[in-house]
Design a protein. Structure first.
Length: 373
C-alpha cells in the first residue's frame, strides 16, 4: 500500500478527516438552505474558514513538544491580557462586550481561552511532583488559573463560554488525579450555590433563560420563543425530513438564529431523524479518534493536553444539542463545524490541530524506537 499511496498522505488521520469533512460539507448544505438557497453569506464563508483554519491546524503538527510546553504560560498570559483589553476597549454587540477589533479582524479572546486553559493546566500538572497531587498545591494554583478568565468572561457577560472554560479546566484536574473527595465536595457546594447564583449573580436575561428552560410554554412568544420554535422545527422533520431547502421554520423566519446556535434545528427540519443520526455519528467518530490519540500518547503532558481538547469539543457539541432540544438553557454555544461563525470554527480547529500534533509526537516517538532497535 505504501508503494501506491505516498507516505505523508498515508500517515494522515483519515479516521478523523473523513467524518470531519463530511460534517463540514453537510453543515455548508444546511447553511446554504438557511441563507435562502444561496451560498452567500453563510455557506461560502463557512467553507472558506474551514479551508484556511484546517491549513493552520495541519501546520500545528510541525511544533515540537518542548516548544509547546514552553509556550503554555506565555499563551495563557497573552490571552488573559486580551480579555482584560476587552473590558476596556472591546466592541459591544447584542448587549455584550466580547470582541476586539484589530484592523479588519474581529477577535473574540474568550474563545481562545478554551484551548489555552487546557494547555496551561496540562503544563502545570505535568511539572507538579506526584507527591503533591493530594495537597493544596495541586488545587489552589489551578483554581486561580481557571477562575481569573472565568470571572472576566462572566463580566462580558458570556455564561456559556465561562462554563466551557471551567469544564475544560475541571476535566484536566480530574484526569490529573486530584482526590475524588474534592470533586464530591465541589459538587455539593455547587448544588448549594446554584440557587444563590441564580438570585444574586445572574443578570435578569440569564435568569429568564433558566426559567424558560424549565417551562418554555409559560411564555411561548417571549422568553420561551427560541426553544419552542426549535422544538417545532425538529419535531416537524419526522424520520426523513421535509427535504433539502424545504424547511418552513427557517425560511419563514420563525426559527431564530437558524444559521448559528439553532443550525441543528434547521438541519433536523429538512433532514429529519436520519440527518440527526448522521451528525451524531460524525461527532462520535471525531471524538473517539481524539480519545484514541489521548490513550496512545506517550507522556503525561501529551495525554492531559489531548484529553482536554476532546473535552472542549465535546462540551461544544453536547451543550448545543441539548440546548436546541430543550434539555439545557439557551447559552449561545454554536455547533462545531456546522454553525456559521469564525470564532467557534477557530477554537475547534485549534483543538483538532492540537490532537493532530500530539498524534504526530506519538507516531514519531514510535518510529524512533523502532529505528533504534
Amino acid at each position: 500500500m505504501n508503494s501506491i499511496v505516498p507516505t505523508p498522505i498515508a500517515r494522515l488521520p483519515w479516521r478523523m478527516l473523513f467524518p470531519l469533512v463530511a460534517l463540514t460539507l453537510f453543515g455548508a448544505a444546511v447553511l446554504y438552505s438557511a441563507g435562502g438557497g444561496h451560498f452567500s453569506p453563510y455557506a461560502s464563508s463557512h467553507l472558506l474558514r474551514f479551508g484556511i483554519l484546517f491549513v493552520v491546524a495541519a501546520g500545528m503538527t510541525l511544533f515540537n513538544r518542548d516548544f509547546v510546553r514552553m509556550m503554555a504560560y506565555p499563551a495563557y498570559g497573552g490571552v488573559l491580557l486580551l480579555l482584560l483589553a476587552v473590558e476596556t476597549v472591546g466592541a459591544i454587540g447584542g448587549g455584550s462586550q466580547r470582541w476586539l477589533n484589530i484592523g479588519p479582524l474581529v477577535l473574540q479572546p474568550s474563545e481562545l481561552m478554551k484551548p489555552v486553559i487546557v494547555l496551561a493546566l496540562a503544563r502545570f500538572y505535568d511539572t507538579l511532583p506526584t507527591g503533591m497531587i493530594n495537597g493544596w498545591r495541586a488545587l489552589l494554583p489551578a483554581a486561580g488559573l481557571i477562575g481569573m478568565p472565568m470571572l472576566l468572561v462572566l463580566a462580558q457577560p458570556d455564561l456559556g463560554t465561562a462554563l466551557a472554560i471551567g469544564f475544560g479546566g475541571v476535566v484536566i484536574m480530574f484526569l490529573a488525579g486530584l482526590p475524588m473527595l474534592w470533586f464530591a465536595g465541589a459538587g455539593i457546594a455547587g448544588a448549594i450555590a446554584v440557587p444563590l447564583a441564580y438570585l444574586f449573580a445572574l443578570k435578569p436575561y440569564q435568569q429568564k433563560r433558566v426559567t424558560t428552560f424549565l417551562d418554555p410554554e409559560s411564555d411561548p412568544l417571549g422568553t420561551g420563543y427560541h426553544i419552542t420554535q426549535s422544538k417545532i422545527a425538529i419535531g416537524s422533520g419526522g424520520f426523513s425530513g421535509k427535504g433539502f431547502n424545504e424547511g418552513s421554520q427557517s425560511h419563514l423566519n420563525y426559527l431564530p438564529e437558524p444559521h448559528t446556535d439553532f443550525v441543528f434545528a434547521t438541519m433536523a427540519e429538512e433532514w429529519g431523524f436520519l440527518g440527526g443520526l448522521f451528525v451524531l455519528f460524525c461527532f462520535a467518530a471525531i471524538l473517539w479518534w481524539g480519545l484514541s490519540v489521548a490513550r496512545n500518547a506517550e507522556q503525561r503532558f501529551d495525554r492531559l493536553l489531548a484529553a482536554g481538547m476532546v473535552a472542549t469539543m465535546f462540551f461544544y457539541a453536547a451543550i448545543n444539542l441539548m440546548m436546541v432540544m430543550g434539555l439545557a438553557p439557551v447559552v449561545g454555544i454554536p455547533l462545531p463545524f456546522m454553525s456559521h461563525g469564525g470564532s467557534s470554527m477557530m477554537t475547534n480547529m485549534i483543538c483538532l490541530g492540537t490532537l493532530m500534533m500530539v498524534r504526530s509526537w506519538s507516531t514519531s516517538g514510535r518510529r524512533g524506537a523502532l529505528e533504534a532497535t
